[in-house]
Design a protein around this ligand. Structure first.
Ligand SMILES: [Zn+2]
Length: 276
């Protein structure tokens, strides 16, 4: 798929993308992390990409489990939740009509309960993994309390589109938003592509944690973060091959795609500064 030429009228249409950190974390021995979510404000409503931690997680951190709290050390601050930040930006959280989820790990799905009216888009593999929690790793990472309120799931099982050669599921149009499966971190992990007038934003989820992993000449990652990623990967080799595909995309489309991951603080700072 190539980027369409955007007519002037559409260029002027009021799509605004905000970058939100909805769960800052300070893991021991590693650089500080963010949890990078997107708020896409269109003429017809609000779309959220990932949700970070939610108000109920802040009120009762035991929902998150001791392992996550002690290793990732999240900042438990209500003002960091997506629902709070959306209100602070002057929007009505009830206008969030759709949420697109890279994966259902607890630091990405915690805010679902703050938007009970929203449709929640997820890949079929991720949905089934989170509902079944077959392995010990999955029992830890997926927290059923975060969707116990009842979620209007939209499960995307088949790729009905392609995105720059990748099989993808189209979630929304205007701007185009697609789920681009990129398994490895979890079974159904997915990147989310969001169209801007002259480029694509690619929210790579937890396909990588550190911007240096996307360096084309000398990919690198702090040792503690590399170890963490290996420990929490559903399939470590699959994650690495997906990452190589991302670097190849960066090589072949250097200006067409702006890549960022969920947890890299430097990428977040660069993109969030455009909001202000
Ligand atoms: Zn994560």
């Amino acid at each position: 798929m190539s980027v369409r030429t955007i007519p002037n009228a559409q260029r002027r249409s009021s799509v605004v993308i905000h970058h939100l950190d909805c769960a800052p974390m300070r893991p021991l021995g590693a650089p500080p992390l963010v949890t990078h979510c997107l708020l896409v404000a269109t003429n017809s409503g609000l779309v959220l990409v990932d949700t970070g931690l939610g108000a109920a997680d802040i009120a009762d951190p035991r929902r998150l489990g001791a392992m996550f709290r002690h290793t990732m050390r999240p900042e438990l601050d209500l003002s960091r939740t997506a629902v709070h930040q959306i209100r602070a930006l002057g929007y009505d959280p009830y206008d969030v009509s759709d949420i697109v989820i890279t994966h259902l790990d607890l630091d990405h799905a915690g805010g679902l309960a703050d938007f009970p009216q929203a449709r929640v888009h997820v890949t079929g593999d991720e949905y089934r993994s989170a509902m079944r929690r077959d392995t010990r790793l999955e029992a830890n990472r997926y927290r059923p309390a975060q969707w116990a309120h009842g979620v209007d799931w939209i499960v995307h099982d088949t790729a009905d589109a392609t995105w720059l050669g990748f099989p993808a599921s189209r979630v929304l149009r205007g701007p185009d938003i697609l789920l681009v499966p990129l398994p490895g971190h979890t079974r159904g992990h997915s990147a989310v592509a969001v169209q801007e007038p002259d480029r694509w934003l690619l929210h790579a989820g937890d396909a990588y944690f550190f911007h240096g992993e996307m360096d084309l000449r000398r990919p690198r990652c702090p040792r503690t973060l590399a170890l963490h990623q290996r420990l929490v990967a559903d399939d470590h080799e699959l994650r690495l091959s997906g990452l190589e595909h991302l670097r190849e995309l960066r090589r072949t489309h250097p200006r067409l795609i702006r890549f960022f991951s969920s947890h890299d603080a430097q990428e977040f700072a660069q993109l969030a500064s455009r909001d202000r």
